[in-house]
Design a protein around this ligand. Sequence first.
Ligand SMILES: Cc1ncc(COP(=O)(O)O)c(C=O)c1O
Length: 384
Amino acid sequence: MLKKFLIAPGPTPVPAEVLLEIAKPVMHHRTAEFSAIFAEARNGLKPLFGTSQDVIILLSSGTAAMEASIVNTLSQNDRILVIDGGKFGERWGSIAKKYGLTVDTLKYTWGESAKAADVEAHLNKFPDTKAVFIQGSETSTTVYHPLKEIAAVVRKFDNTIFVVDGITSVGVYDTKMDEWGIDIMLSGSQKAFMLPPGLAFITLSQKAWKMTESSTLPKFYLNLATELKNQKKDTTAWTPGVNLIYGLTKSLQMMNEEGLENIYKRHAICAEATRKALTALGLKLLAVDSPSNAATGVFMPEGIDAVKFEYYMREKVGITFAGGQDDLKGKVIRVSHLGYHGLFDTITAISAIEMGLKVFGYNVQLGKGVAACEEVFAAHLPKA
Ligand SMILES: Cc1ncc(COP(=O)(O)O)c(C=O)c1O
């Protein structure tokens, strides 16, 4: 038997309690029974987004919520700023260009985080910028961008909204959307929410809702005003992902039982232990100045093809990591800390990497990375 471990930054493992909930019989969605479940899910999402606004639940992957943030607030030829420090930053630009927007880009080397001062300089130069787009955590480079600092800059501009793809930062970082002045934040079920893929979440500030009134870009399925009107009545415009919503209520209950502060701390500890362990093994981390707590990217040693390493880990050892994208393909692997992932999952990941490196001919001292992990974890174990 090859016991499988999913340690990639999405999709992530789903706890048995949630899977059992999803397995319950499908019910009709235009019923009081379903509306009660839907209401619980809607309300349960708000603290994770740090907002008192409605969080809209879409039956889609995260990219649709990214597209929704664009088509609901902007009009053709509007000028926007995309912060592009990786694959998903780049995606903002790709979507926006399809809709005929004028896209300015602040490009960062993969592995670097965005700087609030650069955003401020850009907005001072182009005050007609309607929206600034960013990732909380740029999953392709395992970098966390300084959302609070950038939000503080954007909120100085009355006609500019700040849009955050929080697909791998919601549920990982305490993000105070209302307090910091983020105008749109979105996420996806298959990351920190401990759910399968299929749901996206999006919430808008009043400033962003105001912009929806003048937006002329085409939208039908992703018309958020239509959705909001329905979701305020605890129903949906179109057929919802009924069973995923059952799962969502269960995962939110589990998250509340653990406590959001503890969840953020767990992600931070696993990420710290991973960084220390990989560094102890002599490996170089991908994120330079602001590593994310969602996942850790690491360069494979000279001479080891990361694609082959990742394939070997998945097919022969049973552990799924993610590889690098674009220029980083074959150079890095990415180790997740997202969602239903505990300290011993991190130890498994590090132990597997150590042994795998040995098999691939790298001179590694077995146990050195695991010891570094244990040093971090032991300090956080409950008292006897
Ligand atoms: C930061 C980020 N943005 C966007 C996406 C795209 O989400 P989806 O594949 O659910 O459309 C991902 C998926 O990995 C992501 O990590």
